[in-house]
Design a protein around this ligand. Structure first.
Ligand code: NAD
Length: 426
C-alpha cells in the first residue's frame, strides 16, 4: 500500500480478498505487491462560490489503480464520509470487476467529500465542473473514463462531459459514460444493472435447478437496482414474491405484479413506488424492512446497501441462492455461514456488472459516433453478462471448496496477471 493512504476496514477487507485470490490461483506473491498499490493518486481541492456568498473548498480524489487491460474506468462518488482509503479500495475493486467482465479497461475511482443534497443545483454544477477542471490532465476518452457512482447521476455526467469538451475545444463524448440520451447516452443505462442482475440470477437458477421457470425471488431495496431487477425477473418468468425498501417489505405468496408500475415510473425517485406496488397487488407493507430476508423464496437479491446480510440475520435467510445486486451486501462471516449451509452466493463483481458493461457499450458507440437502438444494445449486454456467468460457473464447479466469489476473483486476477506478464511488468 502507498504510505499516503491510511488503512481502514473497507480497504483491509478488499486487500484480504485480493490476497486470498492470489494464493488460491497460485499466482506469484509479487502480484499482490503490485495490485495492493494504486498506480497513481491525485488529490484535489475544488472551490465553490456558495449561494449565500462564502467560498467553500471540497476535497476530491482520482485514484488510478491499474491499467494493464486498457484505459482506467470507474465512477465518481459524492459522499460526506468518503476517504482516500475508500477510494483506493473502490478503484481496486473496479480493476477486478472490469477484468472479470472481459472488457478492455483497468480500474479507477473518483470521489469528492461532500453531501450533494446540501448543495443547490447551481452549487452542485459548479462543483462538478470544478472537479473536471482539477482532474482534466489525467482523464480522457482513451485514458481514464469516469461514470456515476453513489451521489452522482446522469445530469452530473452531462455537466462533466460538457466541461471536459470545453477544455478540449471539441465534443468528447467518450470521456464520461452513463450520460443522458440527449448527450450521446444510451437509454439502456437506466436499467442495465438490474437487467444484468436478472440475467445472472436466471443463469444461476438454471445451473442449480435445471430451470428458472416458476422459481420465486425476494428483493431487498427498491431503488435503481432493486426495481429493475424485479422488472426483468418478472419478464423472465421468475415470480417476485417480495420487495422491500427502507420503509418496509411487501409480500405476496402468489407473486407480485410490478413490471407495469416500474415501467410507468421509470424516472420517478423516492419511496412512493413501494406503496403503489402494495396497493396494486392488494398486499400490505410489513413495517420491518428486514422481513425480506426471512421470506420463503428460492432466490434472495440484496440490492440496497453494503453489510445487509450479517452474522446477526443470516440465520433468517431461507433462499438457496443469493445474488448480490448491491456492492458488498454479504459480510465475510455471513457468507461463511451460508456456504456451510449449502447456499450459493453469486458475488457483486459478477452479478452487478451490468452497469459497467453498459458503460463500455456506450463508450464504444461514442468513440465511433454510432448509436445502437435499445434492442441491439440490450442483446449485446445480455450476451456479455451470460458469457461472464458461464466462465465463472465453469471454474467454480471445477474447484472443490471454492465459493463462487473465489472463482470470480481468481478469473479476474488471472486476466490482469496475463496482461501484466505479456507487457513485462512482472
Ligand atoms: P438507490 O439509492 O437507487 O436505492 C437503494 C434502495 O435501497 C432504496 O430503495 C432504499 O429505500 C433501499 N434501502 C436502503 N436501506 C434499506 C434497508 N435497510 N432495507 C431495505 N431497503 C433499504 O441505489 P442503487 O443505485 O439501486 O444502488 C443499490 C446498490 O447497488 C448499492 O450498493 C450500489 O453501490 C450498487 N450498485 C448500483 C449500480 C447502479 O447502476 N445503480 C451498479 C452497481 C452496483
Amino acid at each position: 500500500m502507498l504510505s499516503v493512504t491510511q488503512m481502514n476496514a473497507f480497504l483491509g477487507n478488499t486487500l484480504q480478498l485480493l490476497r486470498r485470490s492470489i494464493e488460491l490461483g497460485g499466482f506469484p506473491p509479487e502480484l499482490y505487491e503490485y495490485l495492493s498499490r494504486p498506480k497513481r493518486i491525485l488529490a484535489v481541492s475544488i472551490p465553490v462560490r456558495l449561494d449565500g456568498g462564502g467560498l467553500a473548498f471540497f476535497e476530491g480524489y482520482r485514484v488510478q489503480h491499474n491499467d494493464a487491460l486498457g484505459p482506467y474506468k470507474g465512477g465518481i462518488r459524492f459522499h460526506p464520509e468518503v476517504s482516500l482509503a475508500d477510494d483506493v479500495a473502490l478503484a481496486t475493486i473496479m480493476t477486478l470487476k472490469d477484468s472479470l467482465a472481459g472488457i478492455p479497461y483497468g480500474g479507477a475511482k473518483g470521489a469528492v467529500r461532500v453531501d450533494p443534497r446540501r448543495l443547490s443545483p447551481r452549487e452542485l454544477e459548479e462543483l462538478s465542473r470544478g472537479y473536471v477542471r482539477a482532474v482534466a490532465p489525467l482523464i480522457g476518452d482513451e485514458l481514464d473514463i469516469p461514470a456515476p457512482d453513489v451521489g452522482t447521476n446522469s445530469q452530473i455526467m452531462a455537466w462533466m462531459a460538457d466541461e471536459y469538451s470545453k477544455i478540449a475545444g471539441r465534443n468528447v463524448p467518450g470521456v464520461f459514460t452513463a450520460k443522458p440520451p440527449e448527450l450521446w447516452g444510451n437509454p439502456v443505462r437506466e436499467y442495465s444493472t438490474g437487467l444484468g442482475v436478472a440475467v445472472i440470477a436466471v443463469y444461476a437458477a438454471k445451473a442449480l435447478w435445471g430451470s428458472s421457470d416458476g422459481k420465486t425471488a425476494a428483493i431487498q431495496g427498491f431503488g435503481n437496482v432493486g426495481r429493475w431487477t424485479a422488472y426483468w425477473l418478472e419478464k423472465m418468468g421468475v415470480k417476485v414474491v417480495a420487495v422491500s425498501d427502507v420503509n418496509g417489505t411487501v409480500y405476496k405468496r402468489g407473486g407480485l405484479v410490478a413490471a407495469e408500475l416500474i415501467e410507468k415510473n421509470r424516472n420517478a425517485r423516492g419511496p412512493d413506488l413501494l406503496s403503489q406496488v402494495a396497493k396494486y397487488n392488494d398486499a400490505s407493507i410489513a413495517q420491518d424492512p428486514g422481513a425480506v430476508f426471512g421470506i420463503d423464496a428460492d432466490i434472495l437479491v440484496p440490492a440496497a446497501l453494503e453489510n445487509a446480510i450479517t452474522e446477526d440475520n443470516v440465520k433468517l435467510v431461507r433462499a438457496k441462492l443469493v445474488v448480490e445486486g448491491a456492492n458488498g451486501p454479504t459480510t465475510p462471516e455471513a457468507e461463511k455461514a451460508l456456504y456451510e449451509r449449502g447456499v450459493v452466493v453469486v458475488p457483486d463483481v459478477l452479478a452487478n456488472a451490468g452497469g459497467v458493461v453498459m458503460s463500455y457499450l456506450e463508450w464504444v458507440e461514442n468513440l465511433q459516433w454510432v448509436m445502437w437502438d435499445e434492442e441491439e444494445t440490450r442483446a449485446r449486454l445480455e450476451k456479455i453478462m451470460a458469457d461472464n456467468f458461464k466462465r465463472v460457473h465453469q471454474r467454480w464447479v471445477q474447484e472443490k471448496g471454492w465459493t463462487v466469489r473465489d472463482a470470480a476473483y481468481v478469473i479476474a486476477v488471472e486476466r490482469i496477471y496475463r496482461a501484466m506478464k505479456a507487457r513485462g511488468w512482472i
